[in-house]
Ligand binder design. Sequence first.
Ligand code: NAG
Ligand code: NAG
Ligand code: NAG
Ligand code: NAG
Ligand code: NAG
Ligand code: NAG
Ligand code: NAG
Ligand code: NAG
Ligand code: NAG
Ligand code: NAG
Ligand code: NAG
Ligand code: NAG
Length: 646
Amino acid sequence: MNPCVFIIFSLLLLCLETITSNQLVAAGGGDDNDVRNKCSDKERRALLDFKARLQDPDETLSTWRSEEEEDCCNWSGVTCNNQTGRVIELNISSGGLEGEISNSLLNLSYLTHLDVFSNSFHGIIPMFIGSMTRLRYLHLGSNHLNGTIPRSIGSLRKLRHLDLSDNSHCGIIPLEFGNLTNLQVLNLGSLRKSRVWNLEWLSHLSHLEALEMDEISLAKQNYSIDVILRLQKLISLSLDGCEVSHVVYPYSSSFLNSSSSSIESLILSNNNLTTSMYHWLFRLTRNKLRILDLSGNILDGIPKYLEQLPLKSYTSLNSLNLAANKFSGNVPLWIGENLLKLYVLILRSNNFFGTIPLQLCQLEGIRILDLSVNNLHGTIPSCLDNLTSMVQEGFLPTHNVHSYTLKLFYSGGYHYGERDDKYFDHAMIEWKGYERELISTLGLLKSIDLSSNNLTGPIPYEVTKLYGLHALNLSKNSLLGEIPETIGQMKQLETLDLSRNNLSGDMSSSMSSMNFLNHLDVSYNSLSGRIPSNTQLLSFEASRYYGNPRLCGPPLTKNCQGDDESEVPHVIGESEDGGEDMDELWGWFYIGGGTGFVTGFWIVCGALLLNHHRRHAFFHFYDSFKDLVYVKVMVFFANLQRVEHR
Ligand SMILES: *[C@@H]1O[C@H](CO)[C@@H](O)[C@H](O)[C@H]1NC(C)=O
Ligand SMILES: *[C@@H]1O[C@H](CO)[C@@H](O)[C@H](O)[C@H]1NC(C)=O
Ligand SMILES: *[C@@H]1O[C@H](CO)[C@@H](O)[C@H](O)[C@H]1NC(C)=O
Ligand SMILES: *[C@@H]1O[C@H](CO)[C@@H](O)[C@H](O)[C@H]1NC(C)=O
Ligand SMILES: *[C@@H]1O[C@H](CO)[C@@H](O)[C@H](O)[C@H]1NC(C)=O
Ligand SMILES: *[C@@H]1O[C@H](CO)[C@@H](O)[C@H](O)[C@H]1NC(C)=O
Ligand SMILES: *[C@@H]1O[C@H](CO)[C@@H](O)[C@H](O)[C@H]1NC(C)=O
Ligand SMILES: *[C@@H]1O[C@H](CO)[C@@H](O)[C@H](O)[C@H]1NC(C)=O
Ligand SMILES: *[C@@H]1O[C@H](CO)[C@@H](O)[C@H](O)[C@H]1NC(C)=O
Ligand SMILES: *[C@@H]1O[C@H](CO)[C@@H](O)[C@H](O)[C@H]1NC(C)=O
Ligand SMILES: *[C@@H]1O[C@H](CO)[C@@H](O)[C@H](O)[C@H]1NC(C)=O
Ligand SMILES: *[C@@H]1O[C@H](CO)[C@@H](O)[C@H](O)[C@H]1NC(C)=O
């Protein structure tokens, strides 16, 4: 063929095609395979109607406009089938929307994904939801929905992912859920007012991989362990606060014969469990277990006859949380000898005594080590510098963790009761609290907490070789000697609490280079000399230095010997309020200016993508955070001007 003819022919064809498809688009129908159709009028109107019945203070739905020519496939949160132009996904999570779930959704008859997570929807889940039979993904979590959960949800046979968590539903979880045999993820967590009639329905969900029923009472569920064991694909199970210990017969006799499950992540915190639970725990789980959270129970040891077996053999364990139980005796040596893959070890708030076993130094991958609030004595082992992951800076990738369990991976640290006290101080620390929470959900936080024990001797200088450490808490012990001069090497350290020990020596020699911290407490020791005059150390509240009679200089009001009264900067001590504002401000500025910002932001954004629950809390916090920053910045400049005009 002559090339010219070919080109002209092609152009003609192209032209024709464009016209045809435009016509088709305009007609809003047809089966053209190459070009996506515009969304249908019916669906566009349904969406507009849905919007009209909502309050949208954040203007999340501002792209949803009513002009005739608008293609709703282009609207934010709306996804269409790329050929038919039918709306198949509606994702308006975390949009700040308020209102009821209206029946205009019914006209989106091809919808497969509906995600309204973390808004302020109220009222009931309407019965009609059961007619949206194409749904495969339904996430209504973290709203204010109430009433009973409609049984019609049981007709959504194609559902793979169902999340109703964190709402105010009452009544019984419908037995019809047993018809949802394709479910892979079921989250009924934090539905405090809901109950289960029995668990028989659960045993039909043979594809279930992740199940969360936090705070729903299982107190009357005999043989519930048998049911769980029948879920052969279950990877992640969370039963926090489910009154599991009230069950008279947790398992049947035939259970003892059955094979083990494939559970990798098991959360049984806050259930008042006693050691008799080991009977079923060790059968329920085998050495696939990666995450075990038994915090907030009343376990007091491992029975002699079981000592040879179970916990020791969980050699794949990454996260072990035994906080807030009644364990006593020495910290078991086998933790350090056998559980070599631990990233997280939390033994907080028990009654462990004896010395810190050197075997713990073999846990090279450990990132969170919390032995606080026990009765440990002796010295801090100098072999801590063998904890290589804490020596290395930067983030270590989390290998081979299933996405269901990733969310829970480091929740290890946040299931025991005191979490709020621990992370909230004043506004700056509140921010820190969230940041830390977010960091730790991704497994990025590196922290050692040995506080509230009876440790003696000096702080070994080897500790200061943990260059990657973000937080170190040694407060409320009986530590002696000077703060190692090399502590200034720990550039990643954001939080350092050495309060309430017997540390002595001159602060300026050890800490003058620590201008990167944003939380420091050295109160109630025997430190002496001038507080080093770098900005960061001056920026903390005076109370962080109280109780050291021989410490002097700002921010304390006590002058050092030989200081001329007029040389003391007046900015900080000027007034109570002004001083505190300045303290916080330096903190904020540090967050904005230091490494904290880049990593912090990356971490926050990264974590937000992954972590729904926290995101909800975070955005609420973020709003007040914006205001706070604004106010603080204004106060800062006002203070600055006052100083300049002096
Ligand atoms: C979608 O919106 C973008 C800009 O917002 C525009 O460029 C594009 O043409 C729109 N597409 C359709 C199919 O309307
Ligand atoms: C259309 O969607 C299908 C599946 O949803 C996808 O595999 C395909 O790549 C999409 N095509 C285009 C052009 O986006
Ligand atoms: C909805 O959007 C959020 C944030 O953009 C995302 O994390 C979530 O996975 C989406 N939901 C679905 C079902 O795709
Ligand atoms: C659904 O669409 C039909 C036809 O467009 C309309 O008559 C009806 O009112 C719509 N229903 C809802 C609930 O919006
Ligand atoms: C559900 O919440 C609404 C307010 O959104 C309230 O009027 C109603 O009484 C609540 N119903 C139940 C059963 O709690
Ligand atoms: C759905 O569940 C209910 C209650 O468990 C049951 O009676 C009914 O037979 C189930 N329907 C089907 C079609 O399996
Ligand atoms: C569980 O077993 C106990 C003891 O036999 C019995 O009293 C109780 O009624 C059983 N609970 C249920 C829900 O069957
Ligand atoms: C358990 O298995 C043993 C032999 O493997 C059998 O004798 C016993 O009856 C089984 N027990 C139950 C309750 O199934
Ligand atoms: C655990 O026991 C305490 C005291 O006996 C009781 O107050 C608490 O409600 C129990 N918690 C659970 C989850 O059973
Ligand atoms: C610390 O590491 C060194 C060198 O790898 C090793 O010789 C020593 O035994 C380790 N100490 C402990 C207590 O594990
Ligand atoms: C350090 O631990 C003590 C006691 O366990 C606690 O009161 C204090 O708040 C902790 N410090 C920080 C900065 O978290
Ligand atoms: C801490 O240890 C010291 C010396 O070993 C001892 O005198 C003191 O009673 C211990 N304090 C506690 C609370 O155990």
